[in-house]
Design a protein around this ligand. Structure first.
Ligand SMILES: [Zn+2]
Length: 259
């Protein structure tokens, strides 16, 4: 599906921009640490006056904002989401005029909050690294390397995953909101990228093995999303990196049963 190719491309662009930002982020955190803690012979000094109540999360978020992180993410999400919503609503002309733009904004904010949670996790990890480094009397360059690794690991890898995941959650949310305006019983189709070797087990099941695959009734969809269907599969309900979601079909229950 073209929509997923587009998504992969945007995630790639995002990752590239994030890498470029990384040096700026490191430089700012470095100057923050150096202005907060004293150093001697290339090591931080931990004396009685050293204040360890450092808020790295707030600092990281501030630095990310200054380096254009939030702007970039917002841009990547917003254009794309507008397009998805417009395309999807076009298929439901009866309810399209009632669909308020505030709903889009609310969805966008929820999605964005999921993503910005990454920076809170990373901020906590940076604080832990900083304090360990002070206690263990490590050199400034050792700490810089650890900060660099941490940013790489969390911001780059984790952000791309969350970006993919939260986008998919967003598409699902659009379908769910549209579904609320439809009075008839809805039969859903589980749709998205072709299956690959590393696809989630539950996605393979939903697209191939499930009775009436890839179609779902409302209660089957609810159970699948809660992580209880198919039974006996130990899995997270979130489905990180999954590129499948439920779309509304025009099938009736009778047609579903024949599938
Ligand atoms: Zn999937």
């Amino acid at each position: 599906m073209a929509i997923y190719k587009d998504l992969e491309k945007q995630v790639e662009i995002f990752e590239e921009e994030l890498k470029r930002m990384q040096s700026g982020i490191l430089r700012d955190i470095d100057s923050y640490v150096n202005s907060t803690f004293k150093t001697k012979n290339g090591k931080y000094i931990l004396d009685e006056g050293t204040d360890l109540t450092v808020d790295m999360t707030a600092k990281l978020q501030e630095v990310l904002a200054e380096n254009g992180y939030y702007e970039t993410v917002n841009e990547q999400l917003f254009d794309f989401n507008q397009e998805i919503l417009a395309n999807r609503l076009g298929e439901f002309p009866r309810i399209a005029p009632d669909f308020a733009t505030e709903q889009l904004d609310a969805l966008l904010r929820a999605n964005f909050e999921t993503l910005s949670g990454v920076s809170a996790n990373t901020g906590n990890n940076l604080k832990r690294l900083l304090i360990n480094s002070l206690v263990q009397n490590e050199s400034v360059s050792q700490l810089a390397q650890k900060f660099s690794d941490e940013l790489e690991k969390n911001l780059i890898n984790h952000s791309a995953t969350l970006m993919r995941t939260s986008r998919r959650m967003y598409y699902q949310e659009i379908e769910n909101v549209i579904a609320e305006s439809i009075e008839d019983e809805i039969i859903w189709v589980y749709a998205g990228a072709p299956l690959q070797e590393n696809s989630h087990q539950e996605c393979i099941w939903a697209l191939t093995d499930k009775p009436h695959a890839p179609y779902f009734t409302q209660s089957e969809k609810d159970e699948f999303e809660a992580g209880t269907l198919p039974a006996g599969l130990d899995r997270s309900a979130v489905r990180y990196n999954c590129q499948h979601y439920f779309q509304i079909t025009s099938l009736t229950r009778k047609e579903y049963e024949k599938k």
